[in-house]
Design a protein around this ligand. Structure first.
Ligand code: AMP
Length: 348
């Protein structure tokens, strides 16, 4: 095994390529953007559209296995590549995670709890749905939402028209507002041989729908810990998944866990594993996708990972001067509001 192909050129691809390098594996990035953060640390890059079959074929011929670094790579692209090389996660897994209706249906069919939800195509659907699962709820586009984008909060019938307008006619779902005690996530990995390894759950703090901080260990009891890992295990088995997946959960006051989202890739809430574990989530994913044995996910330290978003990056000189602060920068140009520029991890 010498080359892993990665669809997508963002910071997750960049950290995957760096982890692959540690195993002596080259990365070949495929993405539509020139000069992407991942391409700049990789052995090869193809800049082309995700529907360019000629470029995809050449890319597939030059690599040994293929993966993705963001979940909105078109499932058809993954399906096409599967006729040339092993592709993990599978097109089916991507398809499920790309559409909130398919995702929640899959989870509920697998016996996993979610916030109550309803399909919303029309203003009347929204009014009826809010009546059933409101008065508080979050309207989300079915597809292409991330970091709180494509979402509108409702606190009663007065908010219906404006929230519906925000979706711009896109098919949506209404979720009941989960009054969670805390948000946690499990980073799980499944190998080609069916081995499943999970990292310790992290506790996540968001604001404006964007992850700010992940702390490990999460402040949960032993039963919740076991249940969180069991849920992640059921998801990867049901998907016949290979690779790393992020499973975001709401821990409810009554001790139950509801799954908010599954992300079929390495995950922002797993960045702490770079400093906190001998084998981090990026290497674990490369191992799985390349058919190598998984590594031990044991955590040797407590850790807090803080995202550097937008002008957080202005604090860089102080962060670099801070003892014990492990700074990661993604090599992005301008620090636009809401843009993830890097992160910093502190072991405790
Ligand atoms: P998402 O884009 O679905 O991951 O949502 C981003 C963040 O918004 C989550 O991490 C939560 O903090 C919040 N959120 C999303 N859905 C709900 C919900 N049904 N109830 C309460 N908070 C939510």
């Amino acid at each position: 095994m010498t080359t892993i192909g990665i669809l997508g050129g963002g910071q997750l691809g960049r950290m995957l390529a760096m982890a692959a390098a540690r195993l002596g594996i080259d990365a070949h990035i495929y993405c539509p953007d020139e000069n992407s953060p991942a391409a700049r640390v990789s052995a090869a890059v193809t800049v082309a559209r995700y529907d360019d079959q000629e470029a995809l074929t050449r890319f597939a011929d030059s690599v040994d296995a293929i993966t993705t670094e963001f979940e909105n790579v078109p499932a058809d692209t993954a399906r096409f590549l599967t006729t040339h090389r092993p592709v993990h996660p599978s097109a089916d897994a991507l398809e499920i995670a790309q559409d909130r209706v398919l995702e929640k249906t899959f989870l509920n069919d697998t016996g996993i709890g979610t916030a109550p939800w309803r399909n919303v195509d029309t203003l009347d659907d929204l009014a009826a749905s809010l009546d059933e699962i409101g008065p508080h709820g979050i309207l989300k586009t079915r597809r292409l939402g991330y970091d709180g984008k494509g979402q509108a909060r409702l606190d009663g019938p007065d908010d219906i028209a404006e929230a519906f307008e925000t979706m711009n006619g896109a098919p949506s779902i209404l979720e009941g507002l989960a009054m969670f005690e805390r948000e946690i996530s499990v980073i799980a990995a499944r190998g080609t041989d069916g081995t499943v390894h999970c990292y310790d759950p992290g506790e996540n703090r968001h604001s404006d729908g964007i992850l700010r901080e992940t702390t490990v260990p999460a402040d949960i009891d032993g039963a919740t810990y076991e249940e969180a890992l069991a849920i992640a295990g059921r998801i990867v088995e049901a998907l016949d998944y290979v690779g790393v997946i992020g499973v975001e959960m709401f821990a409810m006051p009554d001790g139950t866990l509801l799954v908010n989202e599954i992300a079929p890739r390495v995950h922002n809430t797993g960045h702490w594993t770079i400093e906190g574990c001998a084998i981090n989530q990026f290497e674990q994913h490369v191992r799985a996708v390349c058919g190598l044995p998984l590594g031990d996910p044991a955590r040797h330290s407590d850790a807090v990972m803080q995202n550097l978003i937008g002008d957080d990056i202005d604090a860089l000189p102080a962060l670099l001067a801070e003892a014990g602060a492990a700074v990661h920068l993604y090599g992005k140009g301008d620090a636009r509001p809401g843009r993830k520029m890097g992160h910093v991890t502190r072991l405790g």
